[in-house]
Design a protein around this ligand. Sequence first.
Ligand code: ATP
Ligand code: MG
Length: 689
Amino acid sequence: MSTAYLEKLNDRQREAVEHGIGLPDDEIGGPLLIIAGAGSGKTSTLAHRVAHLIVHGADPRRILLMTFSRRAASEMGRRVERICRQVLGGNATSMTDALAWSGTFHGIGARLLRIYAEQIGVNVDFTIHDREDSADLMNLVRHDLGFSKTESRFPTKGTCLAIYSRVVNSEVSIGEILKAAYPWAMGWEDELKQLFSGYVDAKQVQNVLDYDDLLLYWAQAVSDPELADDIGSRFDHVLVDEYQDTNRLQASILMALKPGGCGLTVVGDDAQSIYSFRAATVRNILDFPNEFSPKAADVITLDRNYRSTQPILEAANGIIGLARERFTKDLWTDRQSLQRPLLVTVRDDADQARYVVEQVLAAREIGVTLKQQAVLFRSSNHSGALEVELTRRNVPFVKFGGLKFLDSAHVKDLLAVLRFAQNPRDRVAGFRLLQMLPGIGPQTAGRILDTMAAEPEPLLSLAEVPPPPKTGDDWTSFVALLSRLRRSAAGWPDELAAARAWYEPHLERIHEDPDTRKADLVQLEQIAAGYPSRERFLTELTLDPPDATSDQAGVPRLDEDYLILSTIHSAKGQEWRSVFMLNVVDGCIPSDLGAGTTSELEEERRLLYVGMTRARDSLALITPQRFFTYGQNVQGDRHVYASRTRFIPAPLLRLFEQTSWPKVTATGIERSSQQVRVDVVARMRSMWK
Ligand code: ATP
Ligand code: MG
């Protein structure tokens, strides 16, 4: 059997790939941790390992592979397939198609919960709330309890959800979470407890699960040794990428599935831990080696970076080198280059946008496609000016981590129809749907939902509900649609077409630009055709929705060349030839919002490291002298003066090439705008001497 694919690996990667394979009696190897810095080939090694397992006869249906996003999972699937094809030829595709258990923790959790619904005690028809739906439900409960009316300074629905989520994911008490992260809300502890308990009841009654529930129920299920054994024995191998961004619950699930660690491989980099705001903890990866008995996990570290040029790597190493705590060591590379990363001073947001577009287009001229370039930023609202400029200059782009396709109102409307048909106790979906009908407001909608909820078969009972006044034919066609969807008479995905046909007249009435919105819905139907059932479609779209694009329709046209815009968080694990980072200034990175405590500040530093290490050949960090903050404070939007991020202190400046844009010429001498500002300040000062 040809194992040529192993020859490209370095010794330690190869050791990781072959770990525990080919043992006598097909014994499966003990736990393995691969811990190493960015671009050292962790993900690539994991893909090789999966392929190597399959080549050596492992059953792909019994491999559980968990990645950070569905995108990462499908990319991994493609890599595995490529490698397997080298060895197995044509059979490879069917092999990796069978790699059915790959996805995110949440996605896998949702699938297992449906399979084991009865044992776990959830109703198998549950629907899943995304964060916005969850916040809406939180709001409904808050409203019922009267907190929103009486107390205007009560935390917003989004903050309530964030606090709730943090408590359940970290297994830390609410009091401590409030003290550490929301001290201004400490006076509300009792009310929050009451609210959260109401929220839990509401989810229960309505048969909905939120993101956190997917992990909570899963963890609960596997805390029963029999069930844990049952679920664990479905999988011979469990592999997890980006382990540094898992939380306690996820770690406890893994340990319960594979108590001795047999067949368990986890991969990560403590220096890239950037999700502690979702209760991820770097302790998971640091503690991993000693979680098992009788034998501790084997640990393999990698120290060669294959991604970035030497100057880029040196700058990134320099920045992470100032971190307070770090386990992984500096990396080395043999990719020499004379080009240091750029530190570009621009005047403001608008210049920053113009600079990026100009450089991106210039790079395209010399053969770097748009897809090989990316623009990264700390927060989704930092790319506004750039999006405008790109649109003005007709440069197609896709934005990751920002507004999602599914966030647009019309798409949510149509999905609400399906969700309500799937689970008529889902009040958030029900409210949305009923209020589309003319003549139905929140009160009537609430009454109808109450009536339905009291029935054992809510959708059947809908026919008995007297038509609300002034709804006329709209009500009749609504009832007819739901009865059709309930019976799934149309089959999947035709039932989506039926729902769309029903919705379109409402869309025309509700929205001003119906044509582009209708085009979106057609595309939604095309996406739906790729899923085997309504339930899988709803689940997976809710957990990991597609991203919005520059074009109105909102769905990436994947055959085209386009520039990637992404938050740093969503750029995890990826790489581009050329990377631009916006607003590398204090206040943005570290963010004003995220720099309260030392550990938050350290996380911001790691975030900068993650961003910089995405670049292969060229990297530009941009520092506007002024930038806009968008309404995050009571004064609303405003311009503030900015200075270079504190993560690049003066001694590190030698690692960068400093430049400014545009070059300002005054009296024939080329001067940076920085210099101009210094001059102006000097003149103003001298006026008062
Ligand atoms: P991150 O920490 O950012 O997730 P990573 O450690 O997962 O990075 P990969 O994305 O797997 O790193 O690999 C980085 C790049 O290095 C990829 O382009 C990959 O193809 C390449 N690479 C990895 N190992 C080798 C190797 N042995 N020979 C040549 N190229 C390699
Ligand atoms: Mg990776």
